[in-house]
Each structure stands twice: as structure tokens, then as C-alpha cells.
Design a protein around this ligand. Structure first.
Ligand SMILES: [Zn+2]
Ligand SMILES: [Zn+2]
Length: 254
């Protein structure tokens, strides 16, 4: 077991430790500006975070680079390129991306937050988030009357985060004040109105079944399944019996 001497997190391989140190503790991040020049951004001494030109803060290099590469935030005119370390400018930012790629599978899996309890996202989880978004059918998305689409808003928000969040599973938690901030008052009214309408309770017979299935061993689960045999092989007089059969079937095939 390897321990990071800076934050005391433990790692299973040297690669993951190195990648963790580079991402979370190294003080300089390289980015390629819109004009093709490369720039080095250092962590702020107070917050020890990277501050983008747009004033947003990032705790990891890859989080900052991902944000910057997506948004290409405008660099201030005053940015003085001549002061840049010539050695640093000769290494394009892609070099660190390549390094990230090789060590990526191990880095953040084992790294828990230095300051927060939520886990840092790996590049892999970002790619999954991205591909599940891209696989979405536009027609099936939730389009608000304002013209904006809920899934698109969640995606943009999720891409900016460095740590795990329900939004990475496209979960819109209406009790989360962070979520509310993403939408206008009018949009939020529409969203909460819809979710209220969509909340329905399961029929009692199905709730009972689920409760009965809450067993700690297979033998007992089998006994419950047996109990439902008659219902399951009926001609489904109501849709409840149909659903009971399908739930039992799903449990059986586990
Ligand atoms: Zn560390
Ligand atoms: Zn920015």
C-alpha cells in the first residue's frame, strides 16, 4: 500500500499515486489558449485551487483542463506570455493528457476527497456520462416551455463538476438547492409541477410483495415465491397480477 505523504490517501499502485499527485497536488496546469499559445496556470496560494479566467475554481488539474477545453474561457489581455517558463511552454498541455490516459483507470478510484467526502470522478466515469448523454434520443428529452431541455442543463452542469453527483446519473433531485440554481424560476415551477404529477404510489398488493421479499436468505425468498405461484400462473385478471409475476420472475433470475 502506498501513501500520499501530502494528504495521507492510500493507493494500490505507483502509477495511481503519481497520477493522484500530479492531478491534485501539482501546482501548475497547462492549457492551450484560443490563439494557440500555451499558458501555465498556478494554484492560488489561499484556496490552493486553480482559478479559471471566468473566476471558477477547480481543485484538480484535469477538472480545470476539462472545463477550460469545453468553454475556452476568454483569457484577459493582461496575460503575459513572455514570462512563461520556456521549458513549460515547450510541453503542450496534451502531454499531461496522455499521461492521464495511461494511469487513468487507477487514479481516482482509490482516491477519496482530501477535503470533501464525495469521490473525485475518474476520466472513465466522465466518458460514461458523456456517452450516455450522447446516446439520448432528443425526442425523448424533457423540453421545457422556455425551450431549454432538462437533460442538456444537467449535462452541462455535470461536466463542470470534479466530484461525484447524482446529476451524473441524470437524477434531478428537486430537493437539492444546487439544482434549483440551474433553472429560472419559471422553469423550476414547471419542473416541480411535473414531478408532483408524476409521483404515484404502487398498488398495495405490489408493495406487500416487495416487503415480503425483503429477506436475508434465499430459502425464505423461495418460500415467498412459492406463495405467489398461484397468482403468477393465473390469467392476470388485473394488471397487478401481471406485475407480480414479472417482479417474481426478475427476483428468480437474480
Ligand atoms: Zn495526496
Ligand atoms: Zn472558465
Amino acid at each position: 500500500m502506498l501513501i500520499c505523504e501530502i494528504c495521507q490517501l492510500s493507493f494500490t499502485s505507483l502509477n495511481s499515486l503519481k497520477s493522484h499527485k500530479r492531478d491534485q497536488h501539482s501546482s501548475a496546469a497547462h492549457i492551450i489558449l484560443e490563439n494557440g499559445e500555451s499558458a501555465t496556470i498556478f494554484r492560488e496560494s489561499g484556496s490552493s485551487k486553480f482559478k479559471c479566467f471566468c473566476q471558477k475554481y477547480f481543485e484538480t488539474i484535469r477538472g480545470f483542463q476539462r472545463h477550460y477545453n469545453r468553454n475556452k474561457c476568454a483569457a484577459p489581455e493582461s496575460l503575459n506570455f513572455s514570462q512563461e517558463d520556456p521549458l513549460l511552454s515547450s510541453t503542450p498541455s496534451t502531454s499531461s493528457n496522455i499521461n492521464d490516459e495511461t494511469a487513468e483507470s487507477s487514479v481516482a478510484d482509490s482516491s477519496v476527497a482530501c477535503s470533501e467526502s464525495r469521490k473525485l470522478l475518474t476520466d472513465l466515469s466522465f466518458r460514461k456520462f458523456e456517452s450516455s448523454f450522447k446516446a439520448m434520443d432528443d425526442q425523448m428529452k424533457w423540453k421545457l416551455s422556455s425551450g431549454r431541455t432538462v437533460e442538456d442543463v444537467l449535462y452541462d452542469f455535470g461536466m463542470e463538476l470534479e466530484r461525484e453527483h447524482a446529476v451524473h446519473s441524470f437524477i434531478l433531485d428537486t430537493s437539492d438547492p444546487e439544482m434549483k440554481k440551474l433553472f429560472t424560476g419559471q422553469e423550476w415551477d414547471e419542473i416541480t409541477r411535473e414531478t408532483e404529477l408524476e409521483t404515484t404510489t404502487l398498488p398495495e398488493s405490489i408493495l406487500n410483495l416487495i416487503q415480503e421479499m425483503n429477506k436475508t436468505n434465499i430459502k425464505e425468498v423461495k418460500r415467498v415465491l412459492l406463495k405467489y405461484a398461484e397468482i403468477r400462473y393465473s390469467d392476470y385478471p388485473t394488471s397487478d397480477e401481471f406485475h407480480i409475476d414479472k417482479i417474481c420472475y426478475a427476483i428468480e433470475s437474480l
